[in-house]
Design a protein around this ligand. Structure first.
Ligand SMILES: C[S@@+](CC[C@H](N)C(=O)[O-])C[C@H]1O[C@@H](n2cnc3c(N)ncnc32)[C@H](O)[C@@H]1O
Length: 232
């Protein structure tokens, strides 16, 4: 018997894109360049929650061997198409979640990364993720978590504080929209916020410290309300 799907597995079951601010190739390329700067080398990379491979295909020329893992078959299907289109032969895709991925890996990595994924894990799941990742990390390797939702900045972004047309009217409109979204999500038994959970930087740092790592906090370049956690 197959295991029941989690609320997020259900949510991503038919999704086909990573929901970047813009799906324009030039924008994704800029995002990938920012991420490659922070990834800062290494030869083997695991992209956990690789989604449709939008970033993974830009990481590929910089690495010898890459593994992309995701629990959404539709996302992986899109990633597969992108990989063929870009003619990359150094990427393996694995259908797995944060618990099963580790037993499916046959090598260790210099970089274990996840972009826009940690928001779908609870604090306890992040703790287990970092514990498992540390066992699959080569000496001197890094775990680089991109674009976590900052609990201080995310509510401000939601009410439009960072938008160019921020004003009273738009503020009320956004608040009204939020209330409507929450009520309709409750009625339809869907996640209240499709962007998942926020994580305090200090919580991630404490988890990193618990597993013997340090954490560097970096503000995300293209998302005002997100941050990166560079764990090494
Ligand atoms: C917002 S998308 C980001 C995709 C990709 N990293 C990118 O930046 O384009 C989040 C991805 O994480 C995957 N995901 C979320 N929680 C996961 C989990 N527990 N195990 C495996 N994949 C997960 C989803 O299926 C989805 O493809």
């Amino acid at each position: 018997m197959s295991k029941p799907k989690s609320v997020w597995e259900e949510f991503f079951a038919d999704k086909r894109s990573g929901g970047h601010r813009s799906s324009a190739e030039e924008f994704i390329l800029k995002e990938a360049k920012e991420k490659l700067f922070h990834l800062d080398g290494g030869e083997r990379l695991l992209d956990f929650g690789c989604g449709a491979g939008e970033l993974l295909v830009y990481y590929a020329p910089e690495y010898e061997r890459l593994v992309g893992a995701d629990f959404s078959a539709s996302m992986l299907e899109e990633a597969g198409k992108r990989i063929i289109e870009k003619k990359h032969e150094n990427i393996t895709l694995i259908l797995a979640d944060d618990k099963t991925v580790w037993e499916k890996l046959d090598s260790s990595f210099d970089r274990i990364t996840a972009a826009g994924v940690i928001q779908y894990l609870t604090d306890e799941e992040v703790d287990n993720f970092i514990a498992n990742a540390s066992k699959h990390l080569n000496k001197g390797g890094k775990i680089i978590l991109f674009d976590l939702l900052n609990p201080r900045l995310y509510p401000l972004w939601k009410i439009g504080l960072f938008s160019r047309d921020f004003g009273c009217w738009n503020l009320f409109r956004k608040i009204g929209f939020e209330v409507f979204t929450i009520i309709s999500a409750i009625l339809k038994n869907r996640p209240k916020d499709i962007l998942g959970y926020t994580h305090k930087p200090c919580t991630i740092e404490n988890i990193a410290n618990k597993h013997g790592f340090g954490m560097e906090y970096v503000q995300s370049m293209y998302y005002e309300y997100k941050y990166h956690a560079i764990i090494s």
